[in-house]
Design a protein around this ligand. Structure first.
Ligand code: SAM
Length: 185
């Protein structure tokens, strides 16, 4: 079902959806494996799609941790709302990640520990990528960690413009195989 939705949305919005299938369980596991959930007050997700990373985060987070997940595509947002709307301290937003600051203000959140991204930076419009990386760096204030995945390393130069230290690992069990990047200032 999720795969059929993905293909449909990819055909309509190839640049922002950026993939024809959801990420694998293995990639989802690798995206969150280094997060110290016992110490997280607030975690943000960009581009949850049909929620493979969302589910992992919801299952691992403490009840008191605030989790904001921000999805641009209305159809994906509706699917996510149906799957997860009753979870504790979970805020699902239908908007662009570019507007995250508005939601942090709305919910009175001053510190974000991790931002986990499913965004397809390789195909997103250039302005959108730059706006998102600019606010991400600002919001993490040199302390938080930005975790993203990419299918190629073509955008490393872009990430290096915003983050001083980037650790990467390869995940072969995904179609296509992917890199997980953990970015810090
Ligand atoms: C490659 S899919 C990844 C979905 C999911 N994280 C996964 O790994 O299966 C990219 C997702 O980012 C969303 N997206 C694209 N641009 C966005 C933006 N500016 N703000 C929030 N979500 C966005 C798309 O709608 C899509 O759901």
């Amino acid at each position: 079902m999720d795969i059929r939705n993905f293909i449909k949305q990819y055909i309509k919005n190839p640049k922002t959806v950026g993939a024809v299938a959801p990420s694998s369980e293995k990639l989802a596991y690798k995206m969150v494996e280094n997060i110290d959930f016992s110490r997280v007050d607030c975690i943000v997700e960009y581009g949850p799609g049909t929620g493979v990373f969302t589910e992992k985060i919801l299952n691992k987070k403490k009840d008191s941790t605030i989790f904001i997940s921000i999805e641009y595509n209305e159809q994906f947002y509706n699917i996510l709302r149906e799957k997860f709307q009753n979870r504790t301290n979970f805020i699902l937003v239908n908007d662009s990640a570019e507007n995250l600051k508005d939601y942090l203000k709305k919910y009175n959140i001053s510190k974000v520990d991790y931002i986990v991204s499913g965004l397809p930076f390789a195909s997103l419009p250039k302005d959108m990528s730059e706006n998102i990386l600019t606010i991400t760096k600002e919001i993490l204030k040199g302390k938080g960690i930005f975790i993203t995945f990419q299918y190629t390393l073509l955008k490393m130069k872009l990430f290096k413009m915003y983050f001083g230290r980037i650790k990467r690992k390869r995940v072969l069990l995904n179609l296509p195989p992917a890199y997980v990047l953990e970015c810090k200032n």
